[in-house]
Design a binder for this molecule. Sequence first.
Ligand SMILES: [Zn+2]
Length: 488
Amino acid sequence: MKSCPSYGFLLVLLTLAASAQVSAAQVSPEVKDTADRLAGSVYTGPSMTTLRELSDGFGGRLSGSPAYNRAAEWAAARFRSYGIQNVRLEPFTMPSGWQRGTAHGEMLAPTARPLHVESLGWAPSTPAGGVKGEVILIDDVSADSIKSKADKLKGKIVILDTEKIFAEGWVKVLAAVMAAPRNLKDVGAVAMIFPDSAKNNVINATSLDWGGSMSALPGAELGMEDSALIRRLMDEGSVSIQFELSNKTSGQMQVNDVVAEIRGRELPDEWILIGAHLDSWDFGTGAEDNGTGSASVLEVARAVAALGKAPRRSIRFALWGGEEEGLLGSYAYVQAHLNEIGKCVAVLNTDNGSGHPKGWKVEGRKDLKEAMQPISDSLLKDIGGGGLSMEVTYDTDHGPFMLQGVPALDLWVDMKPYVELHHKSSDTYDKVDPVDFKAGSAIVVATAWVIAEDPKPIAGHIDHAAVAEIIKKDGLDQLLKEVGQWKP
Ligand SMILES: [Zn+2]
């Protein structure tokens, strides 16, 4: 989702302090020595080669696609090649399979010209020959508003005024946007258009659904300049367009998460989890989003396995599917492991690309920030990664763990390079800066080792009410309730 889905649009800034007990992790010289060695190992290790094999070798990895399935098998084999015995594919169910086919569009009147269109993710194909019609603009996607305009919308191609619709942010309006295709279909609209916001008519892959269900109505993304032209021409009179989408769809399907574990030597039932999503959108090759996160998880696993010394508590490594459709793989994993989630000491997630690392987001928990401070000061500060951000996000796979009160860390990096290219055809291997990428992996492995070694958990689990406090700002709790991932 920002990642995501990647749901970068679910960024919520909070400064709430959670009230769990603080237990600052002290870093002993012996633990620091091992963490230093692990950090060095990932700097000189093969993570760029791993990333290249993943991104160039498999290409875009849409959840459940043949490329995704091959990449999951490859990743499992890669974990085993590091000497890790306990490697599993853990399936979860997505409501629909979807793969992109072809898309063509053109303006018919007042002038004839080609349009830059692509299908929205999880949108159905148009009827053969495409859809054709006059374009109508709407700036309110609420069910009542659509119903009240039924006469005007019938037989039309509906273009969304995204600037107005999303003026107050995605969180508040997402439920209405998700319901819009069904409501538009019910009043007889033939298709919808989602204008993109990137310059040069570049399209960002996205879908309007959370959950990976098929949309009720064919929907196309349209380049920014094309959209702006149509809007200007609509000021003068009627505009007609046509477009044809051909996508491959299937019913319910199983998608595999890839999970590996190095058992702990003293507290094997307690575990930390280092995760990243393996799936990607399909225009590029998912190098930044989230090949870097995936390669980082693999590289950290390699380095820890190569130590020849098991950590005090178990370390799990997870590569998730279904992130871009709503954190589906990580959410399913948490639900399937609720009986042992109380033993999950921390989750470390990476999904922000290879921008220069700044440190960790502690997802609104003051107690976790205080507990992390000694690790940041003694291990991360000197490489410029000692920052601890209180920002709360539900845009990637730490989210489902955070909802269970698990201490959750999301790698905090400079997002500029990532935001420019994720979900676009430019998200390719050549964009990844090896030094910043490896610095991020070094932060992950050093932090993970200290947390796995500390005799005491880094921080406690917080209860449901404390989680509710953290996520209630800006209606994030309401949204998560609507998509079925939070029960108040
Ligand atoms: Zn991502």
